[in-house]
Design a protein around this ligand. Structure first.
Ligand SMILES: Cc1ncc(COP(=O)(O)O)c(C=O)c1O
Length: 397
C-alpha cells in the first residue's frame, strides 16, 4: 500500500487551505523552488549559452516526456514536450488530417474543451476547403464514427463533468473505419491509468500543469505512435524539428523520430520546475493513485449527498467512468465557489452552473475532504454564499 503522507509532505500548501483545484493548476512541489533557483544561478547564470549542452536543457524535452510516458503508457521515444497544449492540439490535428487526405470530417463531442474545438475551427478556416467539424453528444460518439471521418478528436476526461471516454473501444472503432484517433489527456495524465500503446492511440496531447504539478504555463506534451512517426509531417515545421537544426539548411527535412514534433526553443526554466514535480512520482504507482482517487471521490460524493445540500452530482458514480474530479451543479455555483474559496476550500466554477473539485491523492486525504464537506455544508445551510462580494466575477474563474 502506498503511503500518501510522504507525497503530501512534498508539496507546499498554504496553512489551513484545502486545495481541490489540482485539476486546474497543481500546487507547488517544494523541491521546485530550489531546483529552479539552482537552474537559474548554476546553469543559466554560470553556463549561459553553454547550458543547452552542459546542463542538457535541449535533451530535457524528451527525457521528461519519457518520464510522463511511464504514467500514460507511452513507450520511450514516443513523446516530446514543448509549447502549450492548444498549440500541440493544432499540431496533432493538422498532422493527423494529412494522414487521411481523402477525408474531410473531424469528429468530436460537445464535452470537449472549447480550445480544442476552436483550434479545429481555425484550422478548417485556414485549409479553406470543404472540411467539417462534426460535434455530437459524448454518448453519441461511438455511433458517429463513420467511414467519412478522418480524425476522431476527443478529450478523454470531460473538464466539466469528469466523465471518461473508453479510449480503447473508441480508438478501435475509429481504426475499423480507417480514421485516426487523437486524444487530449489534459485531465488524464497523472489522474487516471492511461495506456496509449495498449489502446493503440495514434496521437495524444496533454498539459503538465494540472495533475502533474509542473507549474503555471508548464510545457505541453505530444505523443505520436511509433508506427506513424516517419509518415507524419509535423504541421508546424519549426527549425528544432529539423533533422539537423544546426546545419541551418534552407530546406526543411524532418527529424526521423519524435523530435520532429519540436517547434522552437524549449522553456528551460519551466522544465526545471517540471523535473522537480515529476520526481514526486518516483516510487509512486499510477495504479495505486488511481485506486485511491476513486476511493476518495466516492467518499466525497457520499458525504456531500448524505447532507442533502441541494447540489446535484453530475460526475459519473461509477469510478471507472470518471476521471479524478467531482462536479456538482447548482444554480448559484459561482457564488458558492467564491464563498468556499473565502473559507479556504479551493475548488473552481465552470459556467454556467458547475462546481468542480479535483481529487488528488498525492496531497489530499480523507481528513481534507471531511473539512471541505463541513465548510461547504456551513456555507450552504447558512446561506452565507449570498453576499455581494461572492457574486463579483474576475476574468479567470
Ligand atoms: C482538455 C483541455 N484541452 C486544452 C486546454 C488548453 O490548454 P492550454 O491553455 O495550455 O493551451 C485545456 C486547458 O485547461 C484543457 O483542459
Amino acid at each position: 500500500m502506498m503511503d500518501f503522507t510522504k507525497t503530501k509532505g512534498q508539496f507546499y500548501l498554504p496553512d489551513g487551505m484545502i486545495y481541490l483545484d489540482g485539476n486546474s493548476l497543481g500546487p507547488l512541489p517544494i523541491a521546485a523552488t530550489e531546483r529552479v533557483s539552482q537552474m537559474m544561478t548554476a546553469e543559466w547564470g554560470e553556463m549561459l549559452i553553454g547550458g543547452w549542452n552542459k546542463a542538457g536543457w535541449m535533451a530535457k524535452s524528451t527525457g521528461l516526456a519519457d518520464r510522463i510516458g511511464q504514467l500514460v503508457g507511452a513507450p520511450k521515444g514516443t513523446m516530446i514536450l514543448g509549447d502549450t497544449l492548444s498549440v500541440k492540439v493544432y499540431q496533432a490535428l493538422a498532422s493527423a488530417l494529412e494522414l487521411r487526405p481523402n477525408r474531410r470530417v473531424i469528429l468530436s463531442d460537445n464535452g470537449n474543451f472549447p480550445s480544442d474545438l476552436y483550434i479545429a475551427q481555425g484550422l478548417i478556416a485556414s485549409l479553406g476547403s470543404d472540411y467539417e467539424l462534426r460535434v455530437v453528444d459524448p454518448e453519441a460518439v461511438a455511433d458517429a464514427i463513420t467511414d467519412d471521418v478522418a480524425v476522431l478528436m476527443l478529450t478523454e476526461v470531460d473538464y466539466k463533468t469528469g466523465r471518461r471516454h473508453d479510449m480503447k473501444a473508441l480508438t478501435t472503432k475509429a481504426h475499423a473505419v480507417g480514421a485516426i484517433a487523437m486524444w487530449d489527456l489534459a485531465h488524464s495524465a497523472g489522474a487516471v491509468d492511461v495506456d496509449l500503446a495498449g489502446a493503440n492511440a495514434d496521437f495524444a496531447v496533454g498539459c503538465t500543469y494540472k495533475f502533474l504539478n509542473g507549474g503555471p504555463g508548464a510545457p505541453a506534451f505530444i505523443y505520436v505512435a511509433d508506427r506513424l512517426i516517419e509518415e507524419v509531417r509535423p504541421a508546424m515545421s519549426g527549425w528544432l524539428g529539423h533533422q539537423a537544426p544546426f546545419d541551418f539548411d534552407l530546406e526543411y527535412h524532418p527529424h526521423q523520430k519524435i523530435d520532429r514534433m519540436r517547434v522552437g526553443t524549449p522553456p528551460a526554466i519551466a522544465m526545471a520546475a517540471l523535473e522537480a514535480a515529476l520526481e514526486i512520482w518516483d516510487g509512486v504507482s499510477m495504479a495505486e493513485v488511481r485506486a485511491e482517487s476513486i476511493a476518495l471521490a466516492d467518499y466525497y460524493i457520499d458525504a456531500v449527498e448524505a447532507l442533502d445540500l441541494g447540489l446535484t452530482t453530475i460526475t459519473p458514480r461509477n469510478g471507472g467512468d470518471r476521471g479524478s474530479q467531482v462536479s456538482f451543479s447548482h444554480e448559484n455555483a459561482f457564488a458558492i465557489t467564491q464563498a468556499l474559496i473565502d473559507a479556504k476550500v479551493v475548488g473552481d466554477f465552470r459556467a454556467p452552473i458547475v462546481l468542480r473539485f479535483g481529487i488528488t491523492p498525492l496531497y489530499i486525504d480523507r481528513g481534507d475532504l471531511d473539512e471541505a464537506v463541513s465548510r461547504l455544508a456551513e456555507i450552504l445551510t447558512s446561506g452565507s454564499w449570498d453576499q455581494p462580494q461572492f457574486h463579483a466575477r474576475s476574468f479567470v474563474t
